[in-house]
Design a binder for this molecule. Structure first.
Ligand code: GLU
Length: 498
């Protein structure tokens, strides 16, 4: 904890591309921890890897977090008392503290060339050792150093890790972790270009930014002992560490990755980038609920909860340390719950406009408002509205084929007779409303000795042009009397021609 006892957590992404759903979940847990404690959540951009830097990334992160509803108290955009919040703007800190470590005999300059390092690794491999550095410059004399400098070599700064003993950490998620110092490497802290490695930058920044809890992916566990030694070397108070489990591919094998995601067993495309969830018509509240349920549970067997409830209950100590297979199948169900139960039809209408317009449809508000309640119980994603009810907004009606019109256990003649009979009844109807349409068509069912599905289904295909749509009579009410009758006549013509 920091001196002030304030919980401060951070999300520290490297801007190397679009925001990954696994990173969003790591951020979410840090955010929940801070919000639960009434603390602060910081965005720090770790842009020290020049080769992998993607300029658009930072803005993309900000847009995606805004969409998800994860807010920051401090960031490069918002500012704050501990800035700058981009590591590339903090190089003087890293250089200053690297020098401090050298001055205190806790780090050293190493002048090895890439070829020499390759040769060391070659030798280690031959000796059956893991790759690494053999510490040959750990105790250079001033003369030796000068000789390398005179040769024009540019050094890196390496950490003098303790060579014996153990390091023990109590991780809030992973529990007790222990490492033998003899297994550690004299890792590079400052590269020859003057940029820090993650190891150095993380410790300095988390200290200077007064981060109380480091919530990050468990992929960093192997580096943890070195980080702990760095904190000790500086004489700074350690933050609490919470190494979070990562998301695995849906089959439970390997870390979830864009390249390997593909399709789940049931043939569902496995979405990996946060922007893909938005594009596919998921609600941010459902995505957040979905992510919160992976590796943490609300308790009381509840899978659906508002974010405020999750904040209230969140306990980092109850996060399951094991990596989880990505339960993408759950998201459709959850999103459906949010569409059905967590919003009014009017609000839903607002959400449906975008996917409809993106499908090239012409959305008039009055129709949208009457269509929204009809789709509300029938869609899983916002985009589903296009297939189910897009026909309401098409400038021209696309009639169905004869094949689609003909219902189960019926033939062309029977279909024509049914539609003609229905047409007669409908023409005499004064009241063109769902209930009246329904009872009129029940009469047709009886009179012709057919099944409900044959009559209602046949009419559905005739008036909507689709086999799957919003319910038949509600749809006919919206389409209106003249247009519905015109379409039924058109269907009869199609059957007669076919
Ligand atoms: N930049 C590191 C990453 O993207 C941050 C890890 C951390 O949160 O400390 O993996």
């Amino acid at each position: 904890m920091t001196a002030s006892n304030t919980v401060r957590t951070r999300f520290a992404p490297s801007p190397t591309g679009a925001l990954h759903i696994g990173s969003a979940r790591t951020a979410l847990f840090g955010w929940l921890l801070a919000r639960h404690a009434g603390g602060q959540f910081v965005l720090r951009i770790e842009d020290t890897d020049q080769k992998r830097y993607v300029a658009e990334s930072e803005q993309e992160f900000i847009d995606m977090f805004a969409w998800l509803g994860i807010d920051f108290d401090e960031s490069p955009q918002i500012g704050g008392d501990y800035g700058p919040y981009r590591q590339s703007e903090r190089l003087d800190h890293y250089q200053k503290w690297a020098q401090w470590l050298i001055d205190h005999d806790k780090a050293y300059r190493a002048y090895d060339t890439p070829e020499e390092l390759a040769a060391i690794n070659e030798q280690r491999r031959a000796d059956g050792l893991p790759p690494g550095y053999d510490r040959r410059h750990r105790e250079l004399t001033a003369e030796q150093e000068q000789a390398f400098i005179d040769e024009g070599r540019v050094p890196v700064v390496r950490f003098k890790v303790p060579l014996t003993g153990k390091v023990v950490v109590n991780d809030l998620v992973q529990g007790h972790i222990e490492f033998d110092n003899s297994t550690l490497q004299d890792i590079v802290l400052l590269k020859s270009d003057g940029f820090p490695t993650y190891h150095l930058a993380h410790v300095i920044d988390d200290h200077l930014m007064q981060i109380s809890h480091v919530t990050r992916s468990n992929e960093w566990v192997p580096s943890l002992p070195v980080h702990v030694h760095l904190w000790h070397a500086f004489g700074w108070e350690l933050p609490q560490y919470a190494h979070l489990p990562v998301l695995l591919n849906p089959n439970g094998k390997g870390k979830l990755s864009k390249r390997h995601a593909g399709f789940s067993e049931s043939g569902k495309q496995v979405l990996v980038l946060v922007k893909e969830f938005r594009e596919a018509g998921y609600l941010p509240e459902a995505v957040i609920n979905f992510l919160t349920n992976i590796g943490w549970n609300f308790g009381d067997e509840r899978e659906v909860f508002d974010i405020e409830e999750a904040i209230e209950r969140f306990d980092i100590g109850r996060v399951n340390p094991a990596n989880s297979a990505y339960p993408i199948e759950k998201l459709d169900w959850l999103n459906g719950v949010y569409i059905r139960e967590k919003m009014s039809a009017e609000t839903l209408a607002g959400h449906l406009r975008k996917p409809l317009e993106q499908a090239g449809l012409n959305v008039d508000e009055a129709t949208l408002q009457v269509v929204a309640p009809l789709v509300q119980t029938r869609i899983k994603t916002l985009n589903d509205v296009v297939d189910l009810a897009g026909f309401f907004f098409k400038p021209d009606f696309t009639p169905a084929s004869a094949d689609d019109l003909i219902q189960r256990k019926m033939d062309t003649a029977g279909m024509i007779a049914m539609l003609q009979h229905a047409e007669q009844r409908l023409k005499t109807l004064d009241d063109w409303q769902t209930d009246a349409l329904h009872s009129a068509m029940l009469t047709v069912v009886e009179e012709l000795g057919l099944k409900n599905g044959q009559v209602f289904g046949g009419l559905r295909v005739a008036v909507t042009g689709q086999k799957v749509s919003t319910p038949t009579f509600e749809s006919m009410e919206i389409i209106g009397r003249d247009e519905s009758l015109r379409r039924i006549q058109q269907a009869i013509n199609i059957l007669q021609a076919g």
